[in-house]
Ligand binder design. Structure first.
Ligand code: SF4
Length: 239
């Protein structure tokens, strides 16, 4: 039976080894996963995070699941980048409600340098509230990643969504390689990565294993790994 080694994180997983995990009896998989988890984390501890869309809709990308893409008619009204004070008021409310990490998301293909000063003010302000900071702003250059780090950003979210073989069925306006490059800039700048994907988009079990294989063989594993279930949105290709 395939065993997950709890002692040391591995980066040399093969795709067949990941697929073998999918063949484990479910409760055996839960047992092994929980055993690994408690070697590295307090098993009774949870972290609470809250996400705010600081710039909604009108995105140039065509992710087939997303209500915010300008390519699809979903009835969503595009909005401008929020003012810093408004974001900080929302972050304060999140903290007072028990959140420990606050994530700011913008529906952009890539970050524009002209928006960096306002984002830096938001990040610095959220950090000053005693929250961990996270942002998801699209593709970054190496220099932008450094500037975000200098502003106090702890985490950058950039999902791979699915395995590379199925990727073009989900989005065609960017490549898998571009995703990996932004993740590399984030790591090089010294930030933690938040990177995962979505299940239920029509992918096969092999595609799911392939996504996990990509994540497991990154030079540094994601520090947070969101696994989303598709919420079908009318008007999108996956709706
Ligand atoms: S990049 Fe983000 S906001 Fe833009 S279409 Fe894709 S998921 Fe939606």
């Amino acid at each position: 039976m395939t065993q997950i080694n709890a002692a040391e994180p591995r980066h040399d997983w093969t795709l067949p080894q990941v697929e073998a995990l999918f063949d484990l009896p479910f409760m055996e998989l839960v047992y092994q996963a929980a055993s690994v988890h408690r070697v590295h984390f307090d098993p009774s501890e949870l972290q609470l995070s809250q996400l705010l869309s600081v710039k909604t809709g009108g995105c140039a990308e065509n992710c087939g699941y997303c209500s915010q893409s300008a390519h699809f008619k979903t009835g969503l009204k595009a909005e401008k980048l929020m003012e810093t004070d408004e974001v900080l008021a929302r972050a304060r409310a999140a903290r007072d409600g028990g959140a420990q990490r606050f994530c700011m998301g913008a529906a952009w293909r890539e970050l524009k340098d002209r928006d960096l000063p306002r984002l830096a003010a938001m990040i610095g302000g959220v950090k000053a509230l005693g929250l961990e900071t996270c942002a998801t702003l699209g593709m970054l250059t190496a220099d932008q990643a450094k500037q975000l780090k200098d502003a106090g950003l702890d985490y950058y979210n950039h999902n791979l969504d699915t395995g590379p073989e199925y990727y073009a069925d989900v989005v065609t306006t960017r490549t898998y390689q571009e995703r990996l490059e932004t993740l590399s800039h984030v790591r090089d700048a010294g930030m933690s990565t938040c990177c995962g994907g979505i299940v239920g988009m029509g992918e096969t079990r092999r595609d799911r294993a392939s996504l996990l294989h990509q994540l497991a063989t990154l030079p540094v594993h994601p520090d947070s790994l969101p696994v989303n279930a598709l919420v079908p949105v009318a008007g999108t290709p996956l709706g």
